[in-house]
Design a binder for this molecule. Sequence first.
Ligand code: HEC
Length: 203
Amino acid sequence: MMRRLTRYAWIPVALLPAVVAISIARAGGDAAAPESAAVARGRYLVTVGVCADCHTPKKMGPAGPEMDRARWLSGHPETMALPPAPKLPEGPWIATTTGTLTAWNGPWGTSFTANLTPDVETGLGAWTEEMFIETIRAGRHQGRGRPLLPPMPAEMYAQMTDEDLAAVFAYLRTIPAVKNRVPAPLPPSGPAPSADAPAAPAK
Ligand code: HEC
């Protein structure tokens, strides 16, 4: 009996490299450690929560605009010089955006999407998980500052469970840090919108 067991004892050892290789492949590339369940969940939530639509700059590809993977979730590019936003005539159209979908102008002024990468100086590198959850829950800058501006859909994301928000944060910790200092928002310029013009969503 003992002999028979030892005869097969080499099998798990021999299979180990294959198991490790599969885990690395599932983590999506060159990651040294297999992706944790929280990170995988966070990646899924960030994908279906379309964070990249607004937080990743776009570039021209063969089939038209595409996500700039090298600047994944790094927010409005600091190098993108912008002329003043166009003034819209009275009417149902109230907002404009750049082709990157990272700068937005409307009755609230101009907002720029944040750098969500773990860069310590310009991204979320110095944030704690608590700060991140509080920011989304309260819809406030860094959890307790000014109300977040449109079109950041914090009210929707606030409905995620703490566990899911923690997973989103865990995933954001794993993406490459990109140094990109996003400008501060600009106040509305020009004449105030008339009383019957649709107001910016109250926050
Ligand atoms: C429709 C566009 C849009 C989408 C989608 C979006 N965001 Fe944002 N986000 C913004 C804008 C614009 C800002 C800047 C708001 C401001 O300056 O007040 C922002 C700011 C933030 C901030 C910074 C808050 C702070 O304290 O300054 C965080 C964190 C954030 N978003 C996380 C996310 C996550 C996570 C997702 C996906 C689950 C997401 N966003 C999806 C537009 C978007």
